[in-house]
Write a protein that binds this ligand. Structure first.
Ligand code: 5AD
Ligand code: SF4
Length: 343
């Protein structure tokens, strides 16, 4: 085995330069994927955790250049799902679909203030599920309130650790503040989910190495890595976009360095290639997030075009995911899938 891959597999540490060497060398890709698959099996096993995703509002106060939900995009119909419908979707997911985690995701929508969110969190927690939020930058006090109401985890991608690239793509936002928010999630006692986009214009190989070291540094519990897919109603509509191979490589190296965390095979990976998620599950991923939003809303939650599950109902999304899992010879995990801290 290549010496660096061997070191990463055994010590779960690489220097920035070593990461860059592996990121640059495409002849080693299959070896990196196989090593990440082995480390995944050793630390988190063959069970795949399913997280039911509810996209409950597509209003957003931000204007990220890559995202179809950006506030300047007037070509989308904005919606909010009401509290009771959100609860009914979560109930169906828990009682009829057997899902153990519900993820509530939205743009940064100020309509759902802390009281409204805490009320939804308390209601969903009566179902006996784990609850993840993915609703953007909030204060430490708010993160603490969500935790007290029963939330378990929170997803907030750093998007990129290249500060200039972040500022170029997320106008009006502040990179240091985002890092502070990610750290505050941990202070509030929530599991920390973060991650990046791969393939933004001018994103460098060196910065992927920094991203992976950042994940270690903030003690991330979950890492989501998605190729950037240009959206026609955004300033980046003519950009080239990310490729699956690079996204898989950054993901596999993340598995080697953070061996016991949860890593989803992301929907963006599937959107780039019909077997994208299967390839991810063979290269370090152990989580899938089936979309359980009602079909009528899905087409309006277009972060990027061509999202693979847009036309599906919640039950069809689950069926699709379960078929992929059996094709791989793996199984759906029956526990909540918290980060087990094995190292
Ligand atoms: N392509 C891929 N992923 C995107 N996201 C936003 N826009 C795009 C896009 N065009 C991702 C961001 C955000 C997550 C919810 O969706 O990384 O954190
Ligand atoms: Fe809003 Fe998130 Fe899209 Fe940025 S990436 S515009 S914060 S929904």
């Amino acid at each position: 085995m290549n010496k660096l891959i061997e070191k990463a597999s055994e010590e779960h540490n690489l220097t920035r330069d070593e990461l860059i060497t592996l990121l640059r060398e495409d002849a080693l890709n299959e070896e990196i994927f196989a090593a990440a698959d082995k480390v995944r099996q050793k630390y988190v096993g063959d069970g795949i955790h399913l997280r039911g995703l509810i996209e409950f509002s597509n209003f957003c106060r931000n204007n990220c250049c890559y995202c179809g939900l950006r506030r300047d995009n007037k070509n989308i119909e904005r919606y909010r799902i009401d509290e009771n419908t959100i609860f009914q979707l979560a109930k169906h997911a828990s009682e009829n679909m057997g899902l153990k985690t519900i993820v509530l995701q939205s743009g940064e929508d100020m309509f759902f203030d802390c009281d409204k969110l805490c009320s939804i969190i308390r209601k969903i927690k009566t179902l006996g599920v784990a609850l993840t939020l993915s609703i953007g930058e909030k204060s430490l006090t708010e993160y603490q309130a969500y935790k007290t109401a029963g939330a378990d985890r929170f997803l907030l991608r750093i998007e990129t650790t290249d500060k200039q690239l972040y500022l170029d793509n997320d106008p009006g936002m502040n990179w240091e503040n985002r890092v502070e928010c990610i750290k505050n999630l941990g202070i509030a006692g929530l599991e920390i989910g973060t991650g990046i986009l791969v393939g933004l214009p001018k994103q460098k190989t060196e910065s992927y190495a920094d991203d992976i070291l950042f994940f270690k540094n903030v003690h991330a519990d979950m890492i989501g890595i998605g190729p950037f897919i240009p959206h026609p109603d955004t300033p980046l509509k003519n950009a080239k976009g990310g490729d699956l191979k690079t996204a898989l490589k950054v993901m596999a190296l993340t598995r080697l360095l953070l061996p016991d965390i949860n890593i989803p095979a992301t929907t963006a990976m599937e959107t780039l290639a019909p077997n994208g998620q299967i390839r991810a599950l063979r290269a370090g991923a152990n989580v899938i997030m089936p979309n359980i939003t009602l079909t009528e809303y899905r087409k309006h939650y277009e972060l990027y075009p061509g999202k693979s599950t847009t036309g599906y109902t919640p039950d069809e999304s689950l069926k699709d995911v379960k078929e992929k899992i059996s094709a791989l010879g793996r199984f759906v995990a029956t526990d909540f899938g918290f980060h087990l801290h094995k190292i």
